[in-house]
Design a protein around this ligand. Structure first.
Ligand SMILES: [Zn+2]
Ligand SMILES: [Zn+2]
Length: 257
C-alpha cells in the first residue's frame, strides 16, 4: 500500500511558505510515495516538483486548486491550469477535457471556498461529470473542526474518500494521508477512480499550532524568507529568497450565493 498527500501548496501559492524543494524533502522524510502539488490557480510549482521528484524518491501528480465560482476544487493529473471563476460543472468539464480528475477539498461547510453538498451531489446526476469528480476530502488538517460534518454526510456518497494536509507550512506535509493499493501515481489514480482509497486523519489538536505557525511564516514570507531545501545533505532551513518569480495575481472570484 502507498501513502499520498494529495493537497499541498508551495510558494507559488500566495499564502504558502515552502519552496518546491522543501516540499519534496519533507514529503520524502515522512515516507510518502506520491504527492500532488496543488497551488491556487497555478501549476508552475507542480511542474518544478515533477521535474525534481526522482531526486527525492517520490512521484508527483501535477495539480491545481482551482477557484471555481462555487468553491475550491482540486484538479489532478493535468498539464494546464483550468480557468478560474467558472461554475463547478464547467470546471469539471474542462478538467475532463484535459484528461484529469478532481477531488472536492474541505467541502460541506460554511467556510469561504468550500463546495456545498448540493453542488457536489448534483454532479451525481451528470454521468460525464461524475467520471471527473472522483474524490471528496473528508480530512483536511486546516479545517479540522469543520470536518466531522463531511465525514458523516459523505458516508454513502460514491466518491473516493481522501485526506490531505492542505499544508501551507513545510512540517504539515503528510499530516493527512490517503492510502491506496500500490505505490505509484498511476495506481493512486486507479484507486481514486475505483473509490478504494483509505483516508488517514491528522493528529488531534494540530490546527491551533498550525495557524499560529502559519501566521509567523507568512509574515516571514512577506519579508522574503521561506522554507527551503538547498543541498542533498542539508535539512530544511529558512532562507532568504527573491520571490518575484512566484507572483501571480491573487484570484478574485465572485462566489455565487
Ligand atoms: Zn482550499
Ligand atoms: Zn489548499
Amino acid at each position: 500500500m502507498g501513502l499520498a498527500d494529495i493537497h499541498i501548496h508551495t510558494i507559488y501559492s500566495y499564502d504558502a511558505t515552502t519552496t518546491v524543494r522543501g516540499v519534496l524533502k519533507q514529503a520524502s522524510s515522512v515516507g510518502l510515495s506520491v504527492i500532488a502539488v496543488t497551488d491556487h490557480d497555478d501549476i508552475r510549482g507542480a511542474f518544478d516538483a515533477r521535474e525534481l521528484a526522482s531526486q527525492y524518491n517520490l512521484e508527483v501528480v501535477t495539480g491545481v486548486e482551482v477557484s471555481t465560482r462555487d468553491g475550491h476544487l482540486l484538479a489532478l493529473f493535468i498539464d494546464k491550469i483550468p480557468p478560474r471563476g467558472l461554475s463547478l460543472d464547467e470546471t469539471l468539464k474542462h478538467i475532463g477535457g484535459l484528461g484529469g480528475i478532481a477531488v472536492a477539498p474541505h467541502p460541506f461547510n460554511q467556510l469561504p471556498g468550500s463546495l456545498s453538498m448540493d453542488h457536489v451531489i448534483s454532479v451525481l446526476n451528470k454521468p460525464a461529470l461524475k467520471n471527473v469528480l472522483r474524490g471528496i476530502e473528508v480530512y483536511n488538517m486546516t479545517t479540522q473542526p469543520f470536518d466531522e460534518k463531511v465525514q458523516i454526510q459523505s458516508t454513502y456518497l460514491p466518491f473516493a474518500k481522501t485526506a490531505g494536509s492542505d499544508a501551507h507550512v513545510y512540517w504539515a506535509i503528510g499530516t493527512g494521508t490517503t492510502e491506496f493499493p500500490g505505490t505509484t501515481a498511476a495506481e493512486l489514480r486507479t484507486s481514486l477512480q475505483n473509490a478504494t482509497t483509505i483516508p488517514h486523519p491528522y493528529e488531534e489538536d494540530l490546527m491551533r499550532k498550525y495557524i499560529f505557525n502559519w501566521l509567523r511564516r507568512i509574515t516571514m514570507r512577506r519579508l522574503g524568507y521561506v522554507s527551503d531545501h538547498a543541498t542533498a545533505e542539508a535539512a530544511i532551513h529558512t532562507q532568504r529568497m527573491d520571490l518575484r518569480f512566484t507572483r501571480t495575481k491573487r484570484a478574485k472570484v465572485k462566489r455565487k450565493k
